[in-house]
Design a protein around this ligand. Structure first.
Ligand code: URA
Length: 181
C-alpha cells in the first residue's frame, strides 16, 4: 500500500499482473476529487474508456452524467474508479483472477480518498467489494454500513440502457446518496 497518489500511480503504469494488459490502449486509473466524500465504483473500462484512459466516458457514463446533473451531483466533486483498470475483451465480466489482481490498487485508492459513501455500480462491484454471495437485485437501493463507510449498491448504468424500468430505481438510489451527503 502506498500513502501517496504519485507512488500508487507509478506502481500501476506498467502493470502486467493479468492478461488484460495484453490488449489495453490505456490503463483507466480513475478520476475525480481525491478528497471526495462520495466514490463510485464500476466494473471495468469499455472501448471509449480504454481509448481515453478515463472512466465512464461512453454511453453508460453519459447516462450517469445526466443523473448527476439532475440530482445536483457535480462529477468533479466525486471520485470514480472501477474493479479492473484494463478493458476486458468484448466488455465481458472480469474473471475472478483479473479482479483479484487489480483489487489492491482500488483498495489503496479507497484508503487515500477516504470516502464517506461508496456507490457500487452493478453486480461486479458489489460482489468484489462486499462479498461474492451478495446479489445486486436483493441489495440495490439499501444502505450497507461497513467499517464506517456507507455503501449504496445500485444498477450498473449500462443496465439502464437495456432496461428502461431500472432508470427510476437508479435515480432513486442516487437521490438517496445525494441526500445523505
Ligand atoms: N463501465 C464500467 O463499469 N466502467 C467504466 O468506466 C465504463 C463502463
Amino acid at each position: 500500500m502506498y500513502d501517496n497518489w504519485d507512488e500508487l500511480e507509478k506502481s500501476i503504469v506498467d502493470c502486467k499482473k493479468c492478461r488484460l494488459c495484453e490488449n489495453r490502449t490505456n490503463i483507466v486509473f480513475g478520476e475525480g476529487n481525491r478528497d471526495a466524500d462520495i466514490m463510485f465504483i464500476g466494473e471495468g473500462p469499455g472501448a471509449d474508456e480504454d481509448a481515453q484512459g478515463l472512466p465512464f466516458v461512453g454511453k453508460a457514463g453519459k447516462l450517469m452524467n445526466m443523473a448527476f446533473e439532475g440530482l445536483g451531483i457535480n462529477r468533479a466533486d466525486v471520485y470514480i474508479a472501477n474493479i479492473v483498470k484494463c478493458r476486458p475483451p468484448q466488455n465481458r465480466v472480469p474473471n475472478q483472477d483479473e479482479a483479484d489482481g487489480c483489487l489492491n490498487y482500488l483498495r489503496n485508492q479507497v484508503i487515500l480518498v477516504k470516502p464517506k459513501i461508496i456507490v457500487l455500480l452493478g453486480s461486479t462491484a458489489l460482489k468484489n467489494i462486499l462479498g461474492q454471495e451478495l446479489s445486486i437485485t436483493a441489495c440495490r437501493g439499501k444502505w450497507i454500513e461497513k467499517k464506517g463507510i456507507y455503501y449504496m449498491p445500485t444498477w450498473h448504468p449500462a443496465a439502464l440502457l437495456r432496461d428502461e424500468n431500472k432508470k427510476i430505481e437508479f435515480w432513486n438510489d442516487l437521490k438517496s446518496v445525494a441526500e445523505r451527503q
